[in-house]
Design a protein. Structure first.
Length: 183
């Protein structure tokens, strides 16, 4: 099972059959990986739901950013209860976050960084998390590294990245310690 925490569905057809893009990888994965049965998309905008093709809709479970804001605790429990597999891989796109917590080159969601980490903690406590990736950095042109807008975006994203890494290290260390104690 794949968990995607993103403001977008990433289910738009790629412009080329030989290219998997950041906007098409979920669609391509569900079409080409027979072992992948279900993708949970958490924090998606209501408008982005229209981009999910009917051919894969039965394999996708969505939790919109609006539902997270109104039922956060209930949704965290629902996600854990509805995961159909023993192993979960999680992709986090910073585009799901409120602009106060991270900046990307596209539209943003409204999830707060601490809310995202609360979800991640619940998943680490209740599921076998096999891996995590984080994407969605602000596009910076090296010649403009020192412009205040770019510098501020880099600093904000580095803070979000640092907090995420510290949380993940703590939770993976805990899981590893529990595993060692069980042996």
């Amino acid at each position: 099972m794949r968990g995607l925490i993103d403001h977008h569905t990433d289910t738009i057809s790629s412009p080329s059959d030989s290219l998997i893009s950041c906007g098409s990888w979920v669609l391509d994965s569900l079409q080409d990986l027979p072992m992948l049965k279900k993708v949970f998309i958490i924090g998606v905008s209501k408008e982005a739901l229209q981009h999910i093709p009917a051919s894969i809709s039965k394999n996708i479970v969505t939790y919109t950013e609006n539902s997270l804001q109104s039922n956060f605790t209930i949704i965290i429990q629902s996600i854990s209860q509805n995961i159909p597999t023993d192993s979960v891989y999680i992709s986090m796109d910073k585009g799901v976050l409120d602009r106060k917590n991270a900046l990307t080159g596209w539209d943003h969601g409204t999830l707060r960084l601490k809310q995202m980490m609360k979800m991640m903690k619940a998943l680490f406590q209740n599921e076998n998390v096999s891996g995590v990736d984080v994407c969605g950095d602000y596009p910076v042109n090296p010649t403009n590294d020192y412009e205040s807008q770019d510098k501020g975006a880099i600093e904000k994203n580095n803070c979000a990245k640092g907090y995420t890494i510290e949380c993940l290290k703590k939770w993976t260390h805990y899981k590893f310690s529990v595993l060692l104690n069980a042996l």
